[in-house]
Write a protein that binds this ligand. Structure first.
Ligand code: FES
Ligand code: FES
Length: 180
């Protein structure tokens, strides 16, 4: 009997997602987006265009943002995959997520996971990005609701907040003696 794409046999694949080892059974053509949402059960990563044009499906592989709708699951074998569910620390929000909320950078929220994954990677590489660097970094992410300005504001706000945490002498609080 002739095989169709859906009838092709599945193979075991080892994925490491948000610090956890996962064994999943996938077909050769299954995308990372399909596998994360359907086999791993992490639905925070959104399917927008499924064509590589909207950025909604962005996740990180070894710290770099990738479009999971254009990445085969098999390409991510043994790499460190981070999804939006893996961003949160022991607190409720990461500083970036907190800044997102404070800046009003999310309305319907469908694009938010993709923006967060892209912005998180940017801030690790460039902790103090210019607005132009921020705009360039998120140029592959589309938002139909916010007009983008609040998104750029949120990333800049997060960078400033994290800078203040790293450099307490730069805050408006009274300078400790060792900072004078
Ligand atoms: S769903 Fe992947 S880029 Fe749109
Ligand atoms: S908040 Fe609705 S698409 Fe961005």
């Amino acid at each position: 009997m002739q095989q169709t794409p859906l009838s092709r046999p599945r193979k075991a694949l080892h994925l490491r997602v948000n610090g956890h080892d996962r064994e999943v059974y996938v077909r050769d053509a299954d995308t990372l987006l399909d596998v994360l949402r359907e086999a791993v059960g992490l639905t925070g990563t959104k399917r927008g265009c499924d064509l590589g044009t909207c950025g909604c499906c962005a996740v990180q592989i070894d710290g770099r943002p990738v479009l999971s709708c254009l990445t085969l699951a098999a390409e991510a074998q043994d790499a460190e995959i981070t999804t939006v569910e893996g961003l949160a620390g022991p607190e409720r929000f990461t500083p970036l997520q907190q800044a997102w909320a404070e800046a009003g950078a999310s309305q319907c929220g469908f694009c938010t996971a993709g923006f967060l994954m892209t912005a998180d990677a940017l801030l690790r590489e460039h902790p103090a990005p210019s607005r132009e660097q921020i705009k360039a970094a998120v140029s592959g992410n589309l938002c139909r609701c916010t007009g983008f300005i609040k998104i750029v504001d949120a990333i800049a706000r997060s960078a400033a907040a994290q800078h203040a945490l790293r450099s307490p002498c730069a805050t408006a609080a009274p300078a400790p003696t060792q900072c004078a």
